[in-house]
Design a protein. Structure first.
Ligand SMILES: Cc1ncc(COP(=O)(O)O)c(C=O)c1O
Length: 401
């Protein structure tokens, strides 16, 4: 039998590179892995304020099917948490529990788009956006995000790309894979542009609490959106260091009821998978009541030190442009490929993996504007970061024209 068009249209660079990594490991080499945004694969630990709450599965038998929209107490705590953090004004009716933000992304495509609709996506982006776009048959229209412009979107360009066919405009701040945090002005301008169309902003705020520089602040899109509809995502994978829990949520900002129908559509579609995991929603509910200062400042301090180390090493290297990530745990350097023997970013990443045993992800796996770039995580220990940077320096030297 043949694979479906839907499945064959789809590829996922972050995981696709793993088959080459496996070959290298099978030859007996130990890899330095800078490829995956999972803090638990390194020396970070899920905070007790979350894991301790799993007890409710035992003590209160939280093992039943929850409502498809989510446990009411979970949705209520999410609304409180978002309102508290960001000065929003959402209620539990505006929240839906998902199996990770990933499920929220898929639901959004299912409920908001038809085949042939346009979806605006950052030129370098978390691959699930374009992946879902190919699965659901929408046109991915990529807007420019480049290192020279701090990977910020350009509102004027977004204006030029908007048409009557545009249904969704994805924003991801703080951003994966660049660590860029969009300024309020940029977000506001984009909101105003989208407001002129029958379209919705999708704001992925998965890394909102992982801002590494004190002077910066995350600006939630819903906060500046006024009457423009926003679908926002967040979850427990990154800020709560629990990616394996697969717990996330969607919240909707829609003061004028412009997206009532697709929001109802998401709620209807959610019934097909019955519910997000009940014991985890209960644990999440309880964890959201606790002050995050018991674990988060330490995580940010560790990330900041590791970011500084990797960034400072990269900055010293020739023929490489690097933007200092302001958030999350990713850095996205761009090679001046003309100076090197490699043809493109993929060839470089595979060579780096095979010769120096350092696993990174090639830039074009994150979209067309990822050309000549590569993504690394700065989650490993200082020793490993230092060693990986030594090896990067070596391979750049060995392959300089
Ligand atoms: C920007 C962004 N959105 C969504 C996700 C997926 O998150 P989840 O684990 O909640 O499905 C990730 C994971 O890396 C991400 O970086």
């Amino acid at each position: 039998m043949k694979i479906s068009n839907r499945a064959s249209s789809f590829s996922y660079a972050i995981r696709d590179i793993l088959s080459v990594a496996k070959e290298v490991e099978e030859k007996g080499h130990k890899l330095i892995k800078l490829n995956i945004g999972d803090p638990i694969k390194y020396d970070f630990k899920t905070p007790d304020i979350l894991t301790e709450q799993l007890k409710y599965a035992k003590t209160e038998n939280y093992n039943f099917y929850a409502d498809s929209q989510g446990l009411p107490e979970f949705r209520e705590q999410v609304a409180n948490y978002e309102n508290r953090k960001h000065g929003l004004n959402i209620s539990k009716e505006n929240v839906l529990a998902t199996s990770g933000v990933s499920e929220g992304i898929a639901f959004t495509f299912m409920a908001f788009t038809n085949e042939g609709d346009d979806v605006l996506i950052p030129g370098i982006h978390y691959p699930s956006y374009s992946g879902n776009s190919s699965i659901y048959g929408t046109n991915s229209i990529f807007y420019k995000t480049v290192v020279e412009e701090n990977f910020y979107p350009d509102p004027d360009e977004i204006r030029s790309l908007m048409t009557e066919k545009t249904k969704l405009v994805f924003l991801n701040t703080p951003n994966n894979p660049t660590g860029s945090v969009y300024p309020e002005k940029v977000i506001k301008e984009i909101v105003d542009i989208v407001g002129e169309y029958d379209a919705c902003i999708v704001s992925d705020e998965t890394y909102d609490q992982l801002i590494l520089d004190d002077e910066l602040k995350h600006v939630p899109t819903a906060k500046v959106a006024k009457d423009v509809p926003v679908i926002a995502y967040n979850g427990f994978s990154k800020v709560f260091l629990a990616p394996g829990w697969r717990l996330g949520y969607i919240y909707v900002h829609d003061p004028e009821g412009k997206i009532e129908e697709p929001w109802e559509g998401i709620n209807k579609l959610a019934r097909i998978r019955l519910c997000a995991s009940t014991p985890l929603q209960k644990a999440g509910t309880e964890a959201l009541k606790v002050d995050q200062s018991v674990y988060l400042p330490k995580v940010i301090e560790d990330l900041r030190k590791r970011r500084d180390l990797m960034y400072n090493r990269l900055k010293e290297m020739d023929s490489i442009s690097v933007y200092k990530p302001q958030a999350a745990f990713y850095i996205f350097p761009v090679l001046n490929m003309e100076q090197f023997t490699w043809k493109n970013d993929k060839e470089f990443v595979i060579d780096f993996l095979k010769k120096k045993h350092v696993l990174t992800v090639f830039g074009t796996g994150f979209g067309p504007y990822g050309k000549n770039g590569f993504r690394m995580v700065f989650l490993p220990t200082a020793e490993e970061i230092d060693e990986s940077m030594n090896r990067l320096e070596e391979i750049l030297k060995e392959n300089r024209k």
